[in-house]
Write a protein that binds this ligand. Sequence first.
Ligand SMILES: Nc1ncnc2c1ncn2[C@@H]1O[C@H](COP(=O)(O)OP(=O)(O)O)[C@@H](O)[C@H]1O
Ligand SMILES: [Mg+2]
Length: 434
Amino acid sequence: MKVLIVGNGAREHAIAEKLAQDCELYAVMSKKNPAIAQLSKEYWISDIENAEAVGKAIAGREFDLGFASPDATLAAGVSDILAKCGMLVASPSKEAARIEWDKSFMRSLLERHKIRGSPKHEVVTTVGDARRVVKDLGMVAIKPLGLTGGKGVKISGDHFSEIDEGMEYAKSLIDKDGSVLIEEKLVGEEFTFQCFSDGSRIATMPPVQDHKRAFENDLGPNTGGMGSYSSGARLPFTKEQDMDEAKKILQGVIHAMKKDGNPFRGVLYGQFMVTAHGVKIIEFNARFGDPEAMNVISLLEDSLTNVFLSIAEGQLSNPSFSDDCTVVKYMVPQGYPDKPLKDAAVSIDASGIESSGAKVYYASVYEEKGKILTTGSRAFGVLGRAGNLQDAERIAEKGCSCISGPVWHRPDIGTMGLISRKVERMRSIRGESS
Ligand SMILES: Nc1ncnc2c1ncn2[C@@H]1O[C@H](COP(=O)(O)OP(=O)(O)O)[C@@H](O)[C@H]1O
Ligand SMILES: [Mg+2]
């Protein structure tokens, strides 16, 4: 099998590593990821947010199966181009990926098909309406409808306190995009629940909790994600009923999109929040999360090539996942996210990594004269896996200590200290005594 993957982050490194176990791998990347390059028989460098450019890069070549990964790549219609080139495709079309790149489309899909889980919300096009909705809802989340790399949402109490500040932001979005989504602010713990879908069926993966804030104890600015953990079929703060509700929402979306003649084939990522009033849906992504891909792919016990093939052919079965726990910690450049150090040399002690039992995934780094250099974005994902969270966390930490240079990570991710605070917080939100 010749499989083509489009993308070049740590998420794609994890996907590529798993695929390469039983296929001949090819890649289109925007920048050379040294690890993906090594796993690939051949690779091409191209603008991967431009479908035509990707089509040109692979012109005249034949592949059995393709998978496009980053959000902007899907929004640019790269899956559609891959299909046009004659291969089976396991990632969503541009129109199906709209569930991610148009939050207004997403909310109205849920509403039209009576899928529960949305917070109160409204899409508005004037500042007058924005003010009315904010007055009505009180604490709110103000959201651009499109993709912003996880940095576009502003929340009452977190990013602004006065209504006028919120209005200023809403106005700036209306001026730029013509509209803005305003949602009631939800309170609870967030988690990621991903599934494979062949357009009709879903197969869920273990849930994961990511950490968006830059600093320890979930403080500081938002980032692309500083690390994540998983603990089998449930997270320490979720109940079985929460997972059932979340699964129903994922399945509901797949049915709704099929009904509307816009089937979703690929990986559907639900970003959920457990609240005092059940599970709510924050948003969907049309792809694996990054870092969450590193958690779940390492647990997949079946061939990812076969899973992708079954998605593309509409024959999805239930792939199995190990019950092990995983912890991923991102190593990021000094100064990240506000003033990250670029072009700084980092080195990896490969034999140290080997004996630590951790795995290192290359994110945004490049190679020059045999050296690995940072770009300013997240540099490496370090994964620990074990039968329990404590050991998985320790392994990830050991892995991090084998990377030297001006990079840092959040030592608290996956620790019992941080996790038990989340469990306690969730108990108190649910009104339960500890
Ligand atoms: N209605 C909401 N209530 C509380 N927090 C929210 C709400 N919507 C979003 N957030 C917070 O903002 C983050 C980003 O929002 P999201 O809708 O996922 O946008 P994106 O990831 O595209 O920037 C979420 O992870 C969550 O922490
Ligand atoms: Mg999000």
